[in-house]
Design a protein around this ligand. Structure first.
Ligand code: SF4
Length: 252
């Protein structure tokens, strides 16, 4: 049996023996959430593999739940191509695209330079604050809960992610329905349902953010090792997912 056939068989096995159940759990959690939050629920789509899984599930089972994308102005071309293709594949999905305030970006570049994020962690976080956090605040401003594709397996900064937790920094509930999914399960879903994904994933980019802050990883490296690779692993978050959340439900 060829290596590809073995891989295909492994993907099929995952769908039949374990993944189907997890998919059902995701649908059940999000159906319940939609009933609870009634129109005040939204998916944060970073256009990574996990968020494309959630996009597909929502489009098929809960198309009334909208989503938002943060276009920082520094995204890779491959990510923007996926965004363009996604709206054609899922015409039933409402996608809101948020951009940074132009005057804040202009001030940051004027004061620090176009690539100042390489100089220090504080300048990197300041850039993320302008290009990501402020637009996130606007995206969540009229919501009671948001959905993310966070998984525990992704990095040391995410190993305690709960299925549902209070997001203290943004003041609303955060749902992470893929919290216990493995990387293999994410890709089994994508291949089985032919979900569109970022072309960079095929070039050893498991986690993709802004172009200047993302690189390919090597075999054996942490899945998020290519994000802000010049910093310590413990600091490699942009602030969208602060570790201050209080868990309200574990492994539901
Ligand atoms: S990931 Fe890099 S370019 Fe993007 S907002 Fe953060 S520091 Fe700026």
């Amino acid at each position: 049996m060829s290596e590809q056939n073995t891989k295909d068989l492994a993907v099929k096995d995952l769908l039949t023996e374990a993944l189907s159940k997890k998919i059902e759990q995701v649908i059940a959690q999000l159906t319940e959430a939609q009933a609870t939050y009634q129109g005040n629920l939204i998916l944060a789509n970073s256009l990574g593999a996990e968020d494309m899984v959630l996009t597909d599930i929502l489009a098929r089972f809960l198309p009334e739940i909208p989503q938002f994308v943060l276009d920082t102005g520094r995204l890779p071309e491959e990510t923007l191509t996926l965004l363009a293709n996604m709206t054609g594949r899922y015409p039933q999905t409402m996608v809101h695209v948020y951009y940074p305030e132009s005057t804040a970006v202009e001030a940051y570049v004027r004061d620090h330079g176009i690539n100042a994020f390489y100089q220090s962690q504080s300048l990197r976080k300041a850039c993320c604050a302008v290009r990501k956090l402020e637009p996130l605040r606007r995206a969540l401003s009229d919501r009671k809960a948001w959905i993310t594709g966070l998984r525990r397996e992704q990095s040391v900064t995410r190993d305690a992610v709960a299925f549902s937790e209070w997001d203290e920094s943004n003041g609303l509930q955060k749902l992470n329905p893929l919290a216990d999914w493995t990387d293999k399960e994410v890709w089994a879903y994508i291949h089985h349902f032919n979900v569109p994904y970022n072309a960079l994933h095929d070039q050893h980019y498991p986690s993709i953010g802004c172009a200047p802050c993302t690189r390919a990883i090597s075999v054996g490296e942490d899945l998020r090792a290519g994000r802000w690779w010049w910093e310590n692993p413990e600091s490699r978050e942009c602030g969208l997912h602060a570790a201050s959340s209080i868990s309200l439900r574990q492994d539901a």
